[in-house]
Design a protein around this ligand. Sequence first.
Ligand SMILES: [Zn+2]
Length: 200
Amino acid sequence: MVALPKPRPRPPWEDGHFVGGHVVLDLTNTVFDRAHPVADNELLKTPSAALAWCASVGLLEDGLPEVSGAAADALVSQLRAVREDAWAVFDAVARTAPIPEAPFGALLERGGAGLRDERLRGVDASRVPLDFDGEPDAIPAALSLSAVQALFTLPRGRIRACARCGWLFLDSSRGGRRRWCSMGTCGNREKASRHRRGKR
Ligand SMILES: [Zn+2]
């Protein structure tokens, strides 16, 4: 399997946002809770949050580029679109359900358009995320193609959804029994609520 660079979170992002074990799974986890959405569920809220996320996972160099106005709004909405398509695909993998055609097709189209436009380059299965021209507006295409690549290269039996919040992660534990996105948040919260239920 490909060795991935470890994310280096830039504010407002923290280590706890990058527990997916793969950049595409981390992208799918940029909502507060998949299983029980709250009113304020969106974490990719603003262009600056989106750019900071991209920098955190190594898609942008430090010293973030200026992206403003319509281009900034487009980046946020396209990242969210890629995120939802990737979530639909990998959540199906986690449930051992058939891959949903429409979101997978959208990932192929967006990634394919990036290749046709020569925004993505050096397609190489050993590079994650794929190389691109370094411009923020090429990132949604790069992530889409990375999602396609991940679908065919990650061990499917190790892609899981957190038993509590639904965040996706690659279980790289030796025994392959990881159930939680994070023991520190969901694992302990589940234990606490079970404990309360048991006492009632
Ligand atoms: Zn969780």
